[in-house]
Design a protein around this ligand. Structure first.
Ligand SMILES: *[C@@H]1O[C@H](CO)[C@@H](O)[C@H](O)[C@H]1NC(C)=O
Length: 87
């Protein structure tokens, strides 16, 4: 009986957290949709063409469907920061 109660409390808690997370996402998505810019840090340098390097990084990470049309690259020592525009 006890473990069943615990499980129930657990489920309620999880569903509460999930619905809350969804709310936050829903609140942010209009901004993300209008800008469609994403930033990510990848290992390695920008190379001679940071734009292409970053596009390849995002494709490797998220697949061809995740391809940005244009990127900016900033070197951070052994890593680089990509700021990419998605269509
Ligand atoms: C980045 O590369 C893509 C594809 O090669 C190109 O269409 C785009 O204009 C480039 N953007 C910049 C800022 O160079």
């Amino acid at each position: 009986m006890r473990s069943a109660t615990l499980l129930l409390v657990c489920c309620i808690l999880i569903s509460f957290i999930f619905s809350h997370v969804k709310e936050v996402e829903a609140g942010l998505s209009p901004i993300a949709a209008s800008l469609r810019v994403r930033k990510d840090i990848f290992v390695g340098g920008c190379g001679s063409d940071g734009n292409k390097t970053c596009i390849n990084d995002f494709v490797k990470k998220g697949g061809a469907a995740n391809k940005p049309f244009s990127c900016e690259c900033d070197n951070f020592g052994f890593e680089h920061l990509c700021r990419c525009n998605f269509s």
